[in-house]
Write a protein that binds this ligand. Structure first.
Ligand SMILES: Cc1ncc(COP(=O)(O)O)c(C=O)c1O
Length: 477
């Protein structure tokens, strides 16, 4: 005879299996909200305890996650390691950044209307909060009058910096509005940070792969780079960081700790702490680019590197380009002791920011609208990333490996050795599809068998057909 507790356990295992079946079959997808405990109990005629037990079991199995006061949601499933891209070898010594030619061609194509934009790391038009932004623009312009069309001089509007200071608390950063300088997007912030620390000929450590905008910037500034590998499951390799800091005269190190472009990785807190401690010990400035951190699929935002820095080792940079809209050009920097230097560099390089944009973002933040928008887009990106990933795995040759990010909207794909992603990207362009080849993300022009796919837009008939075409092109190689 089974005890009542054993019987109860059997029932909730059965309920959990049934829900797991629905998730596996795609009825509920990553990011979807599952039926509440009460409605599950009512509709499936089980006790509330059983429903809670079933969800706890699914949480242990890694299928669902609870969100406070909001219920249970489907998690992106953890990947078996054999489908994740493998770690690559990098050049150990400082190199000059190469590979400029194809970058412009790929970038121009990504922005061309009529192209299926797997190459563009931007939210689809339909995802942008356009209606809300239009209302905010007209109301701030009406109430501020001509002021809205004047320069916003460094450090940027006080109202924006007050809201930014409140929001940064969620990344683990406690600063006053006076410690923030508003910038024209994250790239402006990273440029100011690099210029405040380095001069031409200096060595900086960059991740491999890393966002090609960072590589272009470093090349234009005449800096040399040491490449540090990035792992899909834990971000930058801190052991390689230590070796680079010990062996080379590294001045600064540019890291993307959260939902890395293109790898999608997040550094666990212990690794963040370790990177900050290493940098401090070796007198290296860490420049963190954290513009994807708000796009987490699970409930909690990962902390920034700056959260682990009580001193002046980390310069924190971010923007609303990926989480609200790239055209706003609203970003920020927390420069610490380099405040004065960075403010004067801002005057010297771009003078000021767009006042109306800063007013709009300040109002959007103040009203709570940004958080509402983020709650919506996180679900959309979790779904799109999952669906596009499944479509790629289902149609590309079996040797493909694809990341499974838990935030952001980028997939990093690895084909077997010998695959030429530049030829693949150029052939795709002829078919009106953009993808970004791995070489653009490598200072030493490696990563030839990798490419990046953006999931900023949905998997519809057109993009599904495009994946079929890409798969055929890949097979042709
Ligand atoms: C890692 C990273 N940093 C910076 C940028 C540029 O950001 P912003 O538009 O805020 O200047 C991008 C854009 O793709 C990016 O991916």
């Amino acid at each position: 005879m089974k005890s009542r507790i054993q019987q109860e356990a059997l029932v909730y295992h059965r309920v959990a299996d049934r829900i797991e079946g629905l998730i596996t079959a795609g009825t509920f997808r990553p990011g979807d909200r599952l039926p509440s405990v009460r409605s599950l109990s009512r509709d499936w005629r089980v006790s509330v305890t059983t429903a809670v037990g079933a969800y706890s079991l699914l949480e242990d199995r890694g299928f669902v996650e609870p969100r406070s006061r909001s219920g249970y949601y489907v998690r992106a499933r953890r990947l078996s390691p054999e489908r994740l891209p493998r770690q690559i070898e990098v050049e150990g010594d400082p190199v000059e950044v190469g590979c400029a030619e194809i970058t412009e061609k790929i970038m121009d194509a990504s922005a061309t209307p009529g192209i299926v934009p797997f190459g563009a790391a931007v939210p689809a038009d339909e995802i942008l909060p356009s209606a809300r932004l239009a209302l905010l623009y007209s109301s701030v312009v009406r109430s501020a009058g001509a002021m809205a069309h004047q320069y916003s001089m460094p450090p940027g509007l006080q109202g924006l910096r007050v809201e930014l200071a409140k929001r940064l608390l969620g990344s683990g950063i406690t600063v006053s509005p006076e410690e923030i300088i508003a910038t024209s997007g994250a790239i402006d912030a990273v440029l100011l940070a690099v210029k405040s620390v380095c001069e031409a000929g200096d060595v900086v450590a960059v991740e491999s792969p890393t966002y090609f905008g960072i590589l272009s910037m470093v090349r234009e500034l005449g800096l040399k780079v040491v490449e540090i590998p990035v792992f899909a499951d834990r971000g930058v390799c801190t052991r390689a960081l230590e070796e680079a800091f010990t062996t080379h005269p590294v001045k600064a190190c540019i890291l993307q700790p959260n939902y890395h472009n293109p790898v999608g990785s997040v550094m666990p807190d212990v690794e963040k702490k370790r990177a900050v401690a290493l940098a401090k010990r070796h007198g290296v400035t860490l420049i963190e680019d954290d513009l994807y951190g708000d796009l987490h699929f699970s409930e909690k935002r990962p902390l920034s590197l700056k959260a682990f820095d009580p001193g002046d080792t980390v310069i924190h940079c971010g923007s609303y380009s990926k989480s609200l809209a790239p055209g706003l050009r609203v970003g920020w920097i927390v420069p610490g002791k380099r405040h004065h230097r960075i403010k004067s560099l801002k005057y010297a390089t771009s003078l000021a920011n767009a006042t109306a944009s800063e007013m709009v973002v300040a109002e959007f933040l103040k009203s709570g609208g940004v958080e509402r928008h983020l709650r919506k887009v996180r679900r959309i990106y979790a779904r799109q990333t999952h669906e596009i990933r499944e479509a790629i795995l289902g149609s590309f040759p079996a040797g493909i490996r694809v990341t499974q990010p838990e935030g952001g909207f980028l997939l990093w794909c690895q084909m077997p050795d010998g695959f030429d992603a530049e030829a693949f990207a150029l052939a795709a362009l002829k078919r009106k599809i953009s993808v970004v080849p791995g070489t653009l993300f490598s200072a030493s022009c490696g990563l030839r068998n990798f490419f990046r796919i953006s999931c900023g837009f949905p998997l519809d008939d057109r993009s599904r057909r495009a994946i079929g075409i890409l798969a055929k092109l890949a097979e042709g190689q």
